[in-house]
Write a protein that binds this ligand. Structure first.
Ligand code: SF4
Ligand code: SF4
Length: 205
């Protein structure tokens, strides 16, 4: 049932407004005085010289995750581009040379000028191949083409820039878990690797 919220009664002084305006100005000048005498009271960031550190779960510019050998985890399934409401993901698939992986992206582009940073692509991906945890929230370019990021740019990230407990990032080349992940990859012990009977069928992620 709808709840009725009564209008507050206004007295003569409120209806004149002058007193209310004075009260508002008192608050404004109070803040001004505080910021002049105690700058730490209202911390500010000197943008753009100083970029505010974004939380890791902020939906920032995308990246493509990498396997231990540096190849993309993406299996070109098109689920992200299908889920994308802005239709800004352009993927061209090709056959993967790895017998355990059917396809890989020959081309993977995102038009950041169309992207609405909803994160649906990340949610839709079945193999954690695309993330938006780069903390890159300031996008700069002087022409439209600069905002179309390709596969190389999406895969250009360093494990050192990601937390030590981010296992998937640390398994990529240069990561703290890369040697172990490579040994698993070459030893055929990764999830989905083919068995002696040839029954294995996975995407190697
Ligand atoms: S964040 Fe949303 S709009 Fe941007 S590429 Fe992903 S699904 Fe599309
Ligand atoms: S949903 Fe994931 S695996 Fe599928 S095409 Fe997109 S990034 Fe690649």
């Amino acid at each position: 049932m709808a709840k009725t919220i009564p209008r507050p009664e206004t007295g003569l002084w409120e209806q004149i407004y002058v007193i209310e305006i004075m009260k508002g100005l008192r608050t404004t000048f109070g803040h001004l005085f505080k910021s002049l005498t105690d700058p730490g009271h209202f911390p500010t960031t000197s943008y753009p010289e100083e970029i505010h550190d974004l939380p890791r779960d902020y939906r920032a510019r995308h990246r493509l995750m990498q396997r231990a050998d540096g190849s993309p985890r993406c299996v070109a399934c098109y689920m992200c581009s299908t889920a994308c409401p802005a239709r800004c993901i352009n993927i061209v698939a090709e056959e993967s040379p790895d017998a355990n992986i059917e396809k890989r992206p020959a081309k993977f582009e995102i038009d950041l000028l169309l992207c609405v940073f909803c994160g649906y692509c990340v949610e839709a991906c079945p193999c954690d191949a695309i993330r938006m945890d780069t903390k890159i929230g300031v996008l700069v370019g002087d022409n439209r083409a600069d905002f179309v990021i390709d596969k190389a740019k999406l895969m250009d990230w360093k494990p050192a820039d990601y937390p030590a407990d981010d296992t998937q990032s640390q398994k990529a080349p240069g990561g703290t878990l890369n040697a172990q992940a490579l040994a698993e990859l070459h030893g055929g012990t990764r999830a989905g690797a083919p068995t002696a009977t040839g029954a294995g069928h996975g995407q190697g992620h």
